[in-house]
Design a protein around this ligand. Structure first.
Ligand SMILES: [Cu+2]
Length: 195
């Protein structure tokens, strides 16, 4: 009974955390909610399969490392609240994180609608944010072990990457100009006078 209510709250929480993103054609998670009780285990794995986090909800003890692994041929990411791996995870890429404090840690992939989930740590009662996690440095597997293929049916299209790069470049230029201007305003006038 209480577990059912908790699960409902988690799904709502995950939906709130979910960000609008690039939806691939026919993409998104349309599967049922799945659960994995990994309490008492030394580690847990959340697979990204068919644009779904599987299991949707994984329960672990505090401090248990959780490995996210992308089983799809297209990219995903793991966006949490002050934690996560927001860069693209390609096929076979993994992201490992340990949740040190009890809480409900919701997450979502920004590319795929409905691709949400949560890690319930301990009794699930806690802030559930990045203040209580430890992350191992991300290392992409070498090219000899992974064939990275972004298919037309999933992931980011080259066009959207190009648009994002242009927008990023413009933003960077605008910030640089802004910083330069604000810096020049801070210099006393007498120092800017020719000697
Ligand atoms: Cu995704």
């Amino acid at each position: 009974m209480r577990r059912g209510m908790l699960l409902g709250a988690i799904v709502v929480l995950a939906a709130v955390v979910g960000m609008p993103g690039v939806a691939s054609a026919g993409g998104g998670c349309h599967g049922d909610v799945t659960e994995n009780d990994a309490t008492g285990r030394e580690d847990a794995t959340v697979e990204m399969v068919d644009a779904c986090f599987t299991a949707t909800v994984t329960t672990v003890d505090p401090g248990t490392p959780v490995t996210f692994v992308n089983m799809d041929e297209f990219v995903h990411n793991v966006g949490g609240n002050q934690w996560g791996h927001f860069d693209d995870l390609h096929e076979a890429d993994t992201y490992r994180v340990s949740f040190d404090e009890a809480g409900t840690y919701a997450f979502a992939c920004s590319y795929h609608p409905g691709m949400t989930g949560a890690i319930v740590v301990g009794d699930g009662k806690g802030a559930g944010n990045g203040a209580g996690i430890s992350v191992e440095p991300f290392e992409a597997p070498g090219p000899e072990t992974v064939t990275r293929v972004v298919t037309a049916s999933g992931g980011v299209s080259p066009a959207s990457v190009a648009v994002a790069a242009i927008i990023g470049g413009l933003l960077g230029a605008a910030i640089t100009v802004g910083l330069t201007r604000s810096t020049s305003r801070k210099v006393p006038a007498r120092l800017r006078e020719p000697i």
